[in-house]
Design a binder for this molecule. Sequence first.
Ligand SMILES: CC(C)(COP(=O)(O)OP(=O)(O)OC[C@H]1O[C@@H](n2cnc3c(N)ncnc32)[C@H](O)[C@@H]1OP(=O)(O)O)[C@@H](O)C(=O)NCCC(=O)NCCS
Length: 165
Amino acid sequence: MQYSLTQEVPTDSDDIDALIDSAFGPGRLTRTVHRFRKSVPPMNEYGFVARLEGEMVASIRFWPVVLPCGTTIPMLGPLAVRPEIRGLGIGRALVRKGMDTVRVSGMPAIVIVGDPGYYAPFGFSVEPVQGLDLGGPVVPLTLMGIEYEAGALSGKSGTVEPVPT
Ligand SMILES: CC(C)(COP(=O)(O)OP(=O)(O)OC[C@H]1O[C@@H](n2cnc3c(N)ncnc32)[C@H](O)[C@@H]1OP(=O)(O)O)[C@@H](O)C(=O)NCCC(=O)NCCS
């Protein structure tokens, strides 16, 4: 199956919102991660979409979050792939593309609330974020992180906060 991965553009926004709504349902607005997303836009430089025959079929976004030391880093998510084309590797390709773009841009770390079964193979783990919390529950998912600079997460303790508005 021939699909393309391209940077998200402003005209993708409505289609991405519809995809995310159908993938996660209205419950997503009550999840702790929503507190980071509700008042500020995603980091568009790290947002990618997959297109199949010109149609947007999958999306990855990253939102800015502020570590207790004041450093802003990206939080991965949401990631969603249209149900009819899941299991073809598009989700993994988007994660790799997004993570590579973040790393190359010089960001020191990424955090995520997700399923370790899916994200551990990309290098995410709970170890670097032992001292951090998101100011609310994340179960049944797990807070994980990956460091591109040693100590960027593992040296920190306290609550990760949304970007002030
Ligand atoms: C999770 C999701 C993005 C994966 O997209 P995808 O394009 O199907 O993913 P890929 O094809 O790259 O990978 C599929 C593999 O991931 C596995 N997988 C999917 N969801 C998983 C999960 N939550 N935990 C562990 N493995 C998972 C599949 O079983 C499959 O395994 P296989 O390769 O051994 O058969 C997609 O299922 C989706 O949009 N789900 C709804 C939204 C969601 O849950 N997003 C993630 C939030 S943390």
